[in-house]
Design a binder for this molecule. Structure first.
Ligand code: FAD
Ligand code: UDP
Length: 377
């Protein structure tokens, strides 16, 4: 008899499995429909010997010391600051928009104060910032909005920014200084030997069993367990009884090139041209040295693996109905990006999973995190 059946071996599933097994001695079975652990953070070496992220570029960044310390038990890190350029009218500009973006775009030479004044002069102030259009137009005006955000967002989501919650484009800050980094979090690092190696170390406990290539529905009636932790799409768990929750998907096209370096920054965004949104060159992220280089193009799709919840009011409303049902479903705990329909980064999923563990184990956060590998060796 397993204490827990955990559906999904991504961050949500792996963190809960690890803590419940290590801190509480529980017997855990992880069931994963794919042929590997790691969920969307899975990385592997391709046929050319280059380390790639199979489900698109994953850059680790967090302000949470707890999350950083917890994951540090399972991996060493490589310091990594992320840089992105956006291709607009054939030129590459820093994104997030910063002082350099504005000076280069308009042929100016403004200092930080002047950039702020410039932004104030072009911003179209709206009384209430509700949508992804509002949040950008309100800060940088319509021209920059149209050049950098409008078409990228339409391509990525098949929705106009005015149809998406402000939180989506608000992920991208606007700066008046020269800081060109994509993230400013306290911890910006990549797992030294990759994400998959980190997951392997998390799950290497005798009381954790892993069943790959298996949809949990195939075995849920034949393998006895006490409680379930579910990290797949919440609507699928309930057979879409209230209708389908929209998730946005992507198709990834990988290309290995006969050159050590392809582009000047790790990621180049293409807001206005091409059917893809961005091109990522993995060697920047992984630090790998290799005579060749692999890039990935991301093509947004309506159908396919569910990658992104779509933050907009009607979806939140539909999710609330599923959430209510989930709360009433005894013995099943819903956690992770798909199961709680939240546009969460990896660190937020780790934090959410740790919070669930404090509740299930009845331990406070500090004690939960204190039980390290050494503590139980
Ligand atoms: P997942 O990783 O999706 O894991 C859920 C698992 O459940 C999957 O492996 C799935 O196969 C399995 N599953 C589902 N249904 C079943 C079933 N019926 N039976 C068995 N198994 C099932 N975050 C960052 O912090 N930084 C980034 O740079 C970043 N980049 C991203 C880029 C892309 C293209 C995408 C899509 C996401 C990115 N993220 C990034 C977000 C990150 O991927 C997620 O926050 C994190 O991986 C979510 O973990 P999870 O465990 O909730 O879900
Ligand atoms: N975005 C944009 N232009 C850009 C970068 C981002 O319009 O150059 C918008 C777009 O709607 C995107 C959202 O901001 O989906 C969040 O971007 P982020 O890079 O955080 O997306 P993710 O890495 O999660 O795909």
């Amino acid at each position: 008899m397993f204490d827990y059946m955990i559906v999904g071996a991504g961050f949500a599933g792996a963190v809960t499995a690890e803590r419940l097994a290590r801190c509480h001695g529980k017997r855990v079975l992880i069931v994963e429909s794919r042929n590997h652990i790691g969920g969307n953070a899975y990385d592997c070496y391709n046929d050319d010997g280059l380390l790639i992220h199979k489900y698109g570029p994953h850059i680790f960044h967090t302000n949470s010391q707890d999350v950083f310390d917890y994951l540090s038990t399972f991996t060493q890190w490589r310091p990594y600051q992320h840089w992105v350029r956006a291709s607009v009218d054939g030129q590459l500009y820093p994104i997030p928009i910063n002082r350099e973006t504005i000076n280069k775009m308009y042929g100016l030479n403004l200092n930080a104060f002047e950039v702020e004044a410039f932004l104030q002069s072009v911003a179209e102030k709206c009384p209430e910032v509700k949508t992804s259009e509002d949040v950008i137009v309100n800060r940088v005006g319509r021209d920059l909005y149209e050049k950098f955000f409008k078409n990228y967002t339409r391509k990525q989501w098949a929705l106009d920014p005015s149809e998406l919650d402000a939180t989506v484009t608000a992920r991208i800050p606007v700066r008046t200084n020269m800081d060109g980094r994509y993230f400013t979090d306290r911890y910006q690092v990549m797992p030294l030997h990759g994400y998959t190696r980190m997951f392997e170390r998390m799950l290497a406990l005798p009381n954790i069993k892993i069943m790959l290539n298996t949809d949990y529905r195939e075995i849920v009636d034949v393998i006895p367990y006490r409680e379930m932790i579910y990290t797949g799409p919440v609507d699928a768990y309930f057979d879409h009884c209230f209708g389908k929750l929209p998730y946005r998907s992507l198709e990834f096209r990988f290309e290995t090139l006969n050159t050590p370096k392809h582009q000047e920054t790790p990621v180049v965004n293409y807001p206005n041209e091409y059917p893809y949104t961005r091109v990522t060159e993995f060697k920047y992220l992984t630090g790998q040295e290799h005579p060749r280089t692999t890039v990935v193009y991301e093509y947004p799709q309506a159908e396919g693996d569910p990658y992104y919840p779509v933050p907009r009011p009607e979806n939140a409303e539909l999710y609330r109905r599923y959430e209510e049902l989930a709360c009433r479903t005894e013995g099943v705990h819903f956690v992770g990006r798909l199961a709680t329909y939240k546009y969460y980064n990896m660190d937020q999923v780790v934090a959410q999973a740790l919070t669930l563990c404090t509740r299930l184990i009845g331990m406070n956060r500090r004690d939960l995190l204190r039980t390290s590998i050494e503590g139980h060796a």
